[in-house]
Design a protein around this ligand. Structure first.
Ligand SMILES: N[C@@H](CCC(=O)N[C@@H](CS)C(=O)NCC(=O)O)C(=O)O
Length: 203
C-alpha cells in the first residue's frame, strides 16, 4: 500500500505513525507537494490534501483519523489488544484540534501574504482564535496526561506528541506556547519509538 504524505504535515505524520504502529512493513511512502496539486495526489484525493492511503486494490482513504482507523483494524486482525477507549478518543480529538489550529494559522498566513513567514494573520481576529485554540488545547492535553503510564503509546498520545512537535517547529520562537512538562517528558520517553522517530519532521 502507498501513503501520500508531506514530511511537515502533522496529519500525514499521525497516519504514518499509526500504520507503523500497526506493523505495516511494506508501506510505499510517496512524498508530494500538496500545495502544487500534483496529478498523482488529485487522482487519489480530490481534496488535494495529504495524507491519503492507497490500498493495493485501488481503494483510496483520505483523512488521518480514517487512515488510523484502518490501521487499527489491521492491528486488531493481527491480535493486537483493543485500543481507543473514550479517554484515548478524547485526547486524540483535543490534540487534533491543536494540529488543526496550528495548520490553519500557517494557511491563514499563506492566504494573506502568499508565504508562511509573514505573521500578519496571527494578530487578526481569526488568527487570535486559532492561537487560543492551540494554547487551551495544549493545556487540556497536559491535564489529561496526569498520571499517564509511560509504557502506553496509543493514538491519543501519538496525536499529542505530533501536535507538540508541530507547534514547537512553527511557533516556539513566538513565546506564547503554554508549559507542557508532562507531554514533553512523555515525548522524551518515546523519542526512539520507530513510529515517532521515523516520522519526525525535518528541522
Ligand atoms: N482533515 C485532514 C486535514 C489534512 C490537511 O489539511 N492536510 C494539509 C497538509 S498539513 C494539506 O494537504 N493541505 C493542502 C491544501 O489544503 O490544499 C486530515 O485529518 O487528514
Amino acid at each position: 500500500m502507498r501513503l501520500y504524505k508531506n514530511p511537515t504535515s502533522p496529519f500525514a505524520r499521525i497516519a504514518h505513525a499509526a500504520l507503523i504502529e500497526a506493523g505495516v512493513a511494506d508501506l510505499d511512502v510517496r512524498v508530494v507537494d500538496q500545495w502544487a496539486d500534483p496529478a498523482e495526489l488529485l487522482a487519489v484525493n480530490t481534496a488535494g490534501r495529504v495524507p491519503c492511503l492507497l490500498l493495493d486494490d485501488g481503494t483510496a482513504i483520505a483523512e488521518c483519523l480514517l487512515i488510523a482507523a484502518y490501521a487499527e483494524q489491521l492491528r486488531a486482525a493481527r491480535g493486537g489488544a483493543a485500543g481507543w477507549d473514550p479517554a484515548c478518543l478524547s485526547l486524540t480529538g483535543t490534540a487534533l484540534g491543536v494540529c488543526d489550529a496550528a495548520v490553519q494559522t500557517m494557511v491563514g498566513r499563506r492566504i494573506l501574504s502568499g508565504g508562511f513567514q509573514d505573521t500578519g494573520f496571527d494578530g487578526a481576529e481569526l488568527g487570535r482564535k486559532r492561537r487560543r485554540a492551540m494554547i487551551e488545547g495544549l493545556q487540556v492535553v497536559e491535564a489529561a496526561l496526569a498520571g499517564r503510564d509511560a509504557s502506553d503509546l496509543d493514538l491519543g498520545l501519538i496525536t499529542a506528541i505530533v501536535a507538540l512537535d508541530y507547534v514547537d517547529m512553527r511557533f516556539s520562537a513566538a513565546g506564547w506556547l503554554p508549559p507542557t512538562p508532562r507531554l514533553r517528558a512523555l515525548r522524551s520517553c518515546f523519542a526512539d519509538r520507530p513510529s515517532l522517530a521515523a516520522t519526525r519532521p525535518p528541522n
